[in-house]
Design a protein around this ligand. Structure first.
Ligand SMILES: [Fe+2]
Length: 163
């Protein structure tokens, strides 16, 4: 997990992660800090193994820890976070130390998955779909004290445990 840990230490990652933490401090709805990011990573990895998708574990964790990194700009500048996140993630990946870089192919997969993670589409790449579905599956609406005030549609909410 060296390259994923390098992402977490990257100054731009820290800047946007800390700013999001501050903005969401009193948020009653879904938050986007490490518990969520790692829930998504672990669901992705379980599905990856069960469905024999063959994705590299570091690639999965990299996409999961980066996927909501644009969220603070959605709050402050009204930029959709998948768009802001794709740009910021590209800068973070390009700013990693030489021995920690992801290949162009890996970068392309991570950035495409971030850009596409908010909505399911017919033509999704398998890695993009894995992130999108795992992100949604990670939310425990059935146990959320703010569920009734949340504007997610009834169909979108997870009102029972699904595997
Ligand atoms: Fe998410």
């Amino acid at each position: 997990m060296d390259r994923v840990n390098a992402i977490l230490c990257q100054p731009l990652y820290r800047k946007y992660y800390d700013s999001l933490e501050e903005i969401e401090r009193d948020r009653i709805f879904c938050r986007h800090q490490m518990p969520h990011l790692l829930d998504v990573a672990r669901i992705m990895e379980i599905r990856n193994l069960e469905e024999k998708l063959g994705f590299d574990r570091e690639l999965i964790y990299a996409a999961a820890v980066l996927h909501d990194i644009g969220k603070s700009l959605q709050y402050t500048d009204k930029i959709p976070h998948e768009k802001a996140g794709e740009k910021i993630a590209a800068q973070i990946l390009d700013g990693l130390p030489q021995e920690m870089v992801f290949s162009e192919e890996e970068k392309g997969m991570i950035l495409r998955a971030i850009r596409g993670h908010r909505r399911l589409r017919e033509d999704m790449e398998p890695f993009e779909r894995l992130l999108c579905e795992s992100d949604k599956a990670s939310r425990m609406c059935f146990a959320c004290p703010a569920e009734e005030q949340c504007d997610w549609s009834r169909e979108k909410k997870n009102m029972e445990i699904k595997v």
